[in-house]
Design a binder for this molecule. Sequence first.
Ligand SMILES: Nc1ncnc2c1ncn2[C@@H]1O[C@H](COP(=O)(O)OP(=O)(O)OP(=O)(O)O)[C@@H](O)[C@H]1O
Length: 690
Amino acid sequence: MDKSSSGFYNEAVQVIVRCRPMSQKEIQADCVGIIKAYPNRGVIEVQNPKARNENEKTKLFTFDSVYDWNSTQQGLYDETVRPLVSSVLDGYNGCVFAYGQTGTGKTYTMEGTKEFDEGQGVVPRAFEQIWAHINRTTGLEFLVSVRYLEIYMEEIRDLLKIKHVKTLELREDNGQGVYVTHLHSQTCKSEADMFKAMRIGNHNRTTGATNMNEHSSRSHAIFQIVIEMAEKNSKSVKVGKLNLVDLAGSERQSKTGATGDRLKEATKINKALSSLGNVIYALAENSAHIPYRDSKLTRLLQDSLGGNSKTIMIANIGPASMNYDETIITLRYAYRAKSIKNQPIKNEDIKNTKLLELQQEIERLKKLIEEKNRGIELTGQIEYEVSSEDEDDSEKEEKVKKLELGKVEVSELAKQLKTLENQMVHGGNLVDSVKENELKLEQQRIEIAARKRREIEIQQKIEEEEENCHELKQVFASLQQAVDFKRDKLKRLHGRFQSVKQEIKDSHEEYVRSRKEIEDSNDSAAMQLRKKFLIIDNFVPTEERTRLLNLANFDDNQDNWVLNKEQYKLDRPIAHNCRRPISDFAIPLCQNSSKYRIENILDLKLDMPLRTTQEYTYPTICPQIKAFVSNVITQESQNNHIVVKMSSHAMGLKSATSKIEKEGKYKQAIKNIVEVHNQKSKQSSGRPVF
Ligand SMILES: Nc1ncnc2c1ncn2[C@@H]1O[C@H](COP(=O)(O)OP(=O)(O)OP(=O)(O)O)[C@@H](O)[C@H]1O
């Protein structure tokens, strides 16, 4: 930690990398593993399956810690996330987010699997830690609430209240940072309440199957836990906020096979992730402008990246050779994120919190109840002391009524008090011995994590120093030895120079590729814009255009242009006793109507719905019967009936007749004859003729 120019302490974003095991699909496709992880040095080595020369063969990346396929959920949590959640419980803002290609284990890391103990990911383990802390902390009152949202197709959705009627918008506030309006906040009184909220949200989250992942997350999800804590009757509160973020994975259409909706989702996912990449890049480069406003995701993560938060980025990668390009891109972003500096500040002494409001309201209600009770007691006493003979009946009744009313009011207030008290949790409801043991265990875990981090840091420093001091330590016996040593060093440095050169070349290629993507999307946006201009220029009168342009204002919160609704009023055309045509058939009828002319200033065709019926097709007669019968049918008219006669070889050249009512129903007649004959044939020979 170092001090920034603004006087706050800078703390770098902690970046860890996790590589999942080879998947069944990758094993079946005979994919080669290209990742080597060195957890004690925090190093990841990637082998390039397309290497053309020695320099391109391997790439090394150093991180705060790395986890390979043998890593456990418990190990990862204890070593990296537990210390962060402890800080949140001390009043800091914290954020853990999982980043990486689709199918690399982001959801596995954040949520985990259904197996109860070992399978649990970061989110449920954080619940456990938070509630263990609350249950052993005496003397404090807590108000714990959760929110769960997803950004799907650039729209924010409340995962705890899916049928939200109000639109959820992003707003910015000096105290709160960026927040979402009308987002449902669920108060939790126990670990089970939090689990319930998580399950509801997960159930509502948008997922879908792709070639890369059967349960692919199609949205970015943020689970937010807010913990307000204060002593009883205190004047200020400490607030810890934890954001647990499971991002949707970046994906290539060629690999995921996405089409239709999946493709549209993928385009939005990739766009938001590329904005995130740009923010990381700009922060790492210390740019004057950080493009947070490019997407909703980056706006929501504004505090976590470069702001008031302690942040951990978990970069998830896969081990297979077929994903080499994506793995390198993820590792490059993660590497850049290492140089992002945040300024976490303890949220102490906060005044406008819900917990404070609750505490004050509880106090007020308690006092009120006390006063009312005192009043009731007094009225009761007076009633008892004053002799009943001195009062008439109506006065007595009045007093009894007043007394009853007072009691009802008190019971109402007591109910309100109970509801308010129920929202808060009183810490420290564990038995003392359990409390002590838990505290010890927690401290041990945090110490072990800190020791491990220190070991990795020391190891990385030693390697750096060794490189620098190697030459100083050497004592050369001969000139030749010195030359050999220098040659070795030159070779090493040349190798390093080549790999840096290669890295620059790769980065340039990546830059060209992403520039091309941006240019393509710019071109398509410009094309859409030209189309809209074509319509506006040709169909919207100039005065109206100027009027509307003057009414449009840019809304920072919505990040969009909006029309001033009070001044913007479009007069609807007046009806002229004629209904608006709603079908092709009705249009000609309305051609002469003044109403039609006024409303349809632009003579556009109506958008007709797609046809849902089919042309009538005549039934067909079985070709054998048709050929056979057409030769022998005769018809005669008999008392308004048609008699169809047919004879066939199949019937021993006998003729049969059928009587039908109308012309054109020969098929029916033939059917009748064939059925009758088939029945006869079945009776005699056991099988039909036709
Ligand atoms: N460390 C791991 N150990 C064992 N299995 C893992 C691990 N990481 C991921 N997996 C498995 O890999 C598969 C894909 O994981 P997951 O769904 O978490 O990927 P994802 O990155 O969230 O994908 P998407 O971005 O498409 O949502 C799952 O079947 C998961 O169980």
